[in-house]
Design a protein around this ligand. Structure first.
Ligand SMILES: [Zn+2]
Length: 197
């Protein structure tokens, strides 16, 4: 109990955290895990649906702004205070990691592959010098590697165009605002929790 009577000259705060939860605390922690999971899944679904149905990008901050509404709608969430930013942040990190992997060009063997003929052999390269054992192409090893990577990028691009140019990267929030009418639909009224039965 906090007693404020002006008698103490020094403020002491003491916090004890039990690592062996009792029955009540264990139940509470398990409820917290379950709600965190629900919010994480709702975040993923919210983003997926917003993008699939309306090409709208939902940001972490949009989702943070949903949390107060969620707390008024769901007393079980409100009981835990402001703990759920972590769940939306983790979903956000998972999305970012996915798009990072998607944008990568495989750099393997790029220093051993010939930019002219594609011949790949360790002996093609000697320190900073690249000299193709098959076609004789000679170049600074870094320049050759850069050309190989650029070619792989163009190839990946061509494949992407051939498959109908699906959107691969997350658009900036600017794109989201441009779709005014659609943003209404996926704005304040469509909290992640609105999709959870
Ligand atoms: Zn070559």
């Amino acid at each position: 109990m906090l007693v404020v009577d002006g008698a103490d000259q020094v403020l002491k705060r003491k916090t004890e955290i039990s690592l062996v939860p009792g029955r009540v605390r264990a139940r509470s922690l398990s409820k917290l895990v379950s709600l965190s999971r629900e919010i994480y899944n709702a975040t993923v679904q919210h983003r997926r649906d917003a993008w699939r149905l309306a090409q709208v990008t939902v940001t972490r901050f949009d989702e943070f702004n949903e949390i107060p509404d969620l707390r008024t709608l769901r007393p079980d969430v409100a009981a835990f205070g402001n703990q759920f930013r972590g769940s939306t942040s983790r979903a956000d990190e998972a999305f970012a990691a996915f798009f990072r992997r998607l944008g990568k060009v495989d750099p393997r063997n790029s220093s051993r592959e010939c930019a002219w003929c594609g011949h790949t052999e360790a002996a093609n390269r000697e320190r900073s010098r690249f000299s193709c054992r098959r076609c004789g192409h000679g170049e600074h090893a870094d320049v050759n590697a850069a050309q190989v990577i650029a070619a792989r990028g163009r190839q990946a691009d061509a494949l992407w165009v051939a498959s109908g140019s699906p959107r691969l990267t997350r658009p900036t929030p600017r794109n989201r605002r441009r779709n005014g009418a659609v943003t209404e639909q996926y704005g304040a009224g469509s909290a992640p929790h609105a999709q959870v039965a």
